[in-house]
Design a protein around this ligand. Structure first.
Ligand SMILES: Cc1cc2nc3c(=O)[nH]c(=O)nc-3n(C[C@H](O)[C@H](O)[C@H](O)COP(=O)(O)OP(=O)(O)OC[C@H]3O[C@@H](n4cnc5c(N)ncnc54)[C@H](O)[C@@H]3O)c2cc1C
Length: 509
């Protein structure tokens, strides 16, 4: 009878035991999919947990009419050393779009040369110059996702990749980047070592600071999973909202400082589709409202309007900062109505503007799994130059193993706010896990020593290992340090340090 009870208990325990993996990746945006696919391809058993019902995070390709548009990232910024561009070109998907210059370069050059050539007397017109500055402010915000250009430091650590700044995935959509990494492009079979669970929101990550056991990941649907390592890729906005409850034990102070001091900006798109193009090809319309004659604030803060890379019968109205946030709470009817009024006010004299056949708009702030679009360097950044590095630093257990690792665009010190920058951080953390394979590493071949069954027979084994080679005059010529040579405090960082000190002292004597 007793044995049956045991069997039943074992069976039921087996059914409830959390599934175990080598690595769990929390979030499947650019950084998460990069890390998960690299690790799975290298033979690790990987689980990707994604709160949304789709892969891509802040990359979101959406069908629109007979084409597609991008609610999030649109361009491949830079072609040199870009993981994104390389993957696109290796698969013959994209090439440069030579007709499309960067907005900053294009507009600055155009406006200044236009004023100089046509209206030199305006160069000293304060009102006019202020209006131009307002306009440039809007542009900076639309680019940086900030609310005001005074919030953005000029000492930004951002670096662009070389090469053309505005290539794209065209009609294939940015989603193709993920399909290629996950081997699902053109109905590919996926990656056998990678399990993916969508609509699975991680609520808590408990990690063994003392190095015993696995990291435990709990989800809001009640499921739990364990792994040797967990890579967290959620956005800065999600960390700001959840860091106190999401991690146990609590995060170190430096990481909390990064979370609190860094800024996640907001950019949103309102995309209108028309029955046919009514505007001139490759023109970026610059709309700036000078007098606010009683309109809502958001309606007067438009930087520019552009044509989406993948659908040339649509127009994207860009909104940034508070204007973008306010708009998220308005109904589709209001946003559509105001957007059309805006277009007609500025373009109606030159074009007959038809009614749109559809509208899609992003809400990156309301989305509980993003809470914004991308980070910018605020005024705190120059005072705390290690904010991004500290955000991306792993939580390391007592044995020196990185247990909870952090990726995501915000953790990239120079290529933040981009898809390629996020992808680089996923690669970085996958490599960190490989480096923690202490046995495969030819320069470690293991993690630390323990006293085995031979030890009692050779009680002086550690002292002998640590004894120097003396020359004929008794001078120590080759000395040995390292945790294994410490008779009492072996297997520890401080024990290893003691042996370094010991051998240095031996030389000084
Ligand atoms: C409007 C807009 C335009 C942009 N334009 C460009 C552009 O043209 N070019 C460019 O290079 N970049 C652009 N970007 C920036 C780029 O999209 C991001 O930098 C990049 O996609 C971020 O990737 P990530 O992996 O760091 O984070 P994310 O993509 O945010 O991935 C994190 C994932 O974690 C998931 N998650 C969050 N919380 C949980 C939880 N509790 N449990 C499980 N999963 C969770 C999220 O759902 C998400 O899928 C743009 C972004 C926006 C919003």
């Amino acid at each position: 009878m007793l044995s049956w009870v045991n069997v039943l208990l074992l069976v039921s325990y087996g059914a409830c035991a959390p599934q175990s993996y080598d690595v769990i990746v929390v979030g499947l945006g650019s950084s998460g999919v990069t890390a998960a696919s690299i690790l799975a391809k290298a033979g690790k058993k990987v689980l990707g947990l994604e709160a949304m019902d789709r892969i891509g995070g802040r990359v979101k390709t959406v069908p629109f009419g007979d084409g597609i548009i991008e609610e999030g990232a649109e361009w491949i910024h830079g072609t040199e050393n870009s993981r994104v561009y390389d993957l696109a070109t290796e698969n013959n998907i994209t090439g440069p779009d030579p007709s499309f210059k960067s907005e900053g370069d294009y507009l600055t050059a155009e406006i200044l040369s236009y004023i100089k050539k046509n209206y030199p007397h305006l160069e000293n017109d304060k009102v006019f110059i202020d209006q131009v500055l307002d306009l440039m402010n809007l542009f900076v915000n639309a680019y940086e996702a900030s609310n005001d250009w005074h919030d953005v430091t000029t000492q930004s650590s951002a670096e662009g990749l070389g090469g053309h700044q505005h290539t794209s995935w065209h009609k294939h959509g940015y989603k193709t980047f993920f399909e290629l990494m996950l081997n699902t492009y053109k109905n590919g079979p996926g990656l056998p070592n990678l399990d993916i669970k969508l609509s699975t929101e991680v609520s808590q990550i408990v990690w063994p600071k003392d190095g015993s056991g696995d990291v435990k990941v709990s989800c809001t649907d009640g499921s739990t999973y364990t792994a040797k390592h967990v890579i967290v890729t959620v956005s800065l906005g999600v960390l700001k909202e959840r860091y106190t409850t999401m991690f146990s034990p609590v995060l170190p102070d430096e990481k909390i400082t990064s979370i609190q001091k860094m800024s996640l900006g907001l950019v949103n798109k309102v995309i209108l589709r028309f029955p046919q193009r009514f505007w001139v090809e490759n023109t970026v319309y610059v709309l700036v409202e000078v007098d606010n004659d009683g309109e809502d604030l958001w309606f007067t803060k438009h930087g520019d309007i552009s044509t989406p890379m993948a659908l040339d019968t649509a127009l994207t109205i860009w909104l940034a900062g508070d204007a973008a946030k306010t708009t998220e709470n308005l109904s589709d009817e209001v946003v559509l109505d105001k957007s059309m009024k805006l277009l007609r006010r500025f373009l109606g004299q030159n074009y007959t503007i038809p009614e749109p056949t559809g509208m899609i708009r992003s809400k990156w702030y309301s989305n509980a799994y993003t809470r914004g679009s991308y980070t910018f360097d605020n005024l705190e950044a120059p005072k705390h130059p290690k904010l991004r590095e500290n955000l991306g630093a792993p939580l390391i257990d007592a044995k020196g193993i990185p247990r909870v690792l952090f990726a995501g665009e915000a953790t990239n010190p120079i290529h933040y706010a981009t898809v390629h920058g996020a992808s680089e951080t996923g690669h970085r953390e996958a490599m960190r896990i490989f480096k923690s394979k202490w046995y495969s590493n030819p320069y470690t071949r293991g993690s630390y020593t323990f006293d085995n069954l031979e030890t009692p027979k050779y009680p002086k084994a550690r002292e002998t290992l640590g004894s120097p080679l003396l020359d004929a005059n008794g001078v120590p010529r080759i000395l040995f340090a390292g945790e294994a040579t410490n008779p009492k405090e072996y297997g520890t960082v401080h024990g290893a340090s003691e042996t370094g000190h010991r051998e240095a002292m031996r030389l000084l004597k």
